[in-house]
Design a protein around this ligand. Sequence first.
Ligand SMILES: *[C@@H]1O[C@H](CO)[C@@H](O)[C@H](O)[C@H]1NC(C)=O
Length: 249
Amino acid sequence: MKQLTILVLLAAIFYVEGEEEFLPSYLKPCDLQKSDFKKCVRQQIENSLPLFSKGIPEIGVPSIDPVDLNDIVIDGNGLKLTFTKAKMHGLSEGSLTDFIINIGEKEETFKLGFKGNLSMTAQYNADGKILILPIRGDGDSLIKCRNVEVEINSKLNHVKDAKGEHFKLATPNYKYNIESTTFDFKNLFNGNKQLAETTLQFANENWRQLMDDLAPPVIKQIVKTIVKAINKFFSKVAITTIVLGYKEA
Ligand SMILES: *[C@@H]1O[C@H](CO)[C@@H](O)[C@H](O)[C@H]1NC(C)=O
């Protein structure tokens, strides 16, 4: 019995170690000693973005396309608008616009720029006014944002555990820009087509006004989700596995 316990324990340890060393085949380590190190890392990120955003189940990195969002509640300026069961789509189809990683410098940093077309599907419930026009209804909604640019800047910390040294993004901050947005709310005014069309058209013409309230909580959740996924990856893959020639402190 005791032997069996030891065996199971060993198996568990090896299993964890095996899991620890897992690096998806599309990711190749870059050599810190080579002059093209930064270029290599950027290339890796560029190549792996569509796959990475689908998650790495082997090491528990969740998919970020689609992303489940927490409920969004806008309540002010005479409008109460809530979104539930919200999902963001499109992160895997965007592209990298900027990527900088500073390793081995006094303050290590990480910068990631993303550009893509994102859409949000959700159940909406609206009651109140957009500027001057009434809006009321509940049902399916689709919000499409064209050319969303997000830039994440973060400190790159090192954390040490039994398996070695790992990167960790810390205190990330971000900024964003959205080129344009279109809204589609089904079942406005209990299906009264004429009222619905007038309000939808008005909402689309004044999209920036609505997005001033809507974008901040949504973008915040997206950034949080991306950073969490990256940190999950970092926590499972030691620096020495992804950065050749890196000497642990
Ligand atoms: C977003 O979609 C438009 C039109 O379909 C396309 O021209 C543009 O390149 C897309 N943007 C990105 C960042 O993929």
